[in-house]
Design a protein around this ligand. Structure first.
Ligand code: GLP
Length: 243
């Protein structure tokens, strides 16, 4: 696993955008696995700038997102569909018909069936990831069992606590989500994790140590043959990582 130490948030955003740009330029018909959270926002902004100012072309790119809250319509300003539109898709020349974010409302079983069918026929060229304070990947929460395919998760209290900053109150944060499984994530050709340090010190420390912690899903990415993690210097210093 390659670890890139960024000077600050903007530098991390540029370095992560470099990784995505290389893939899009090499294969303009690639499929991007995308993530939400505050960590990748700067990278999305930088990709939008490169699209408008430097001709980075997304017109034939496809995308599939990691996860979605159960109970939120795509028009809800905290849904991940809304997040992707407002942080990336509305600012690049991607065809929104080629972007997929799982449905959060309606029949969960039917939504999961559709999500799994899409994942089964999609080769993800690179999967963008963030990490939760409890080490979750997508919304794969730590537990006795990790799942291969897309499934529903009950969110841990620490996840609800961490994500309440985006909602009016903790009670407004959905308690359930649909997410790609660990298998879906590990089958992506490349993994790119961005960690900007929102209560993620403990999970990051476990991630960069040379072992797999079965109770910390993010450490599984160490087993991937092409995984890159971008962390800010401030966070690296906090956890004593020298590189
Ligand atoms: C949410 C998403 C995760 C993401 C995490 C990181 O919980 N479901 O996929 O990894 O946020 O959030 P942030 O980047 O804001 O720290």
């Amino acid at each position: 696993m390659k670890v890139i130490i960024a000077e600050n948030y903007e530098d991390g955003a540029r370095k992560a955008a470099d990784v995505i740009e290389k893939i899009v330029r090499a294969n303009p018909e690639c499929t991007l696995g995308l993530a939400t959270g505050s960590s990748p926002v700067g990278m999305y902004k930088e990709l939008a700038r490169r699209c408008s100012e430097e001709g980075l072309d997304f017109s034939r790119v496809h995308s599939v997102n990691l996860d979605e809250y159960v109970g939120l319509e795509g028009t809800h300003d905290q849904s991940y569909r809304y997040f992707m539109d407002s942080n990336l898709f509305d600012h690049i020349n991607i065809d929104k018909k080629n972007t997929y974010v799982a449905k959060g409302t309606g029949d969960v079983a039917a939504n999961l069936k559709e999500f799994n069918e899409i994942l089964d026929k999609t080769d993800i060229d690179i999967q963008v990831l963030g990490v939760g304070p409890d080490g979750h990947l997508g919304f794969n929460e730590p537990g006795e069992t990790l799942y291969d395919g897309a499934h529903e998760e009950v969110l841990d209290d620490s996840t609800i606590e961490a994500n309440k900053r985006f909602f009016a109150s903790k009670e407004d944060v959905p308690t359930h989500a649909v997410t790609m499984g660990m298998g879906n994530i590990m089958r992506a050709k490349r993994l790119l994790m961005i960690i900007s340090g929102n209560k993620q010190e403990a999970a990051t420390k476990l991630l960069i140590e040379d072992r797999i912690d079965p109770k910390c899903p993010c450490t599984f990415m160490r087993m991937h043959r092409d995984a890159t993690v971008v962390i800010e210097k401030k966070l690296a210093d906090e956890i004593g990582y020298k590189g």
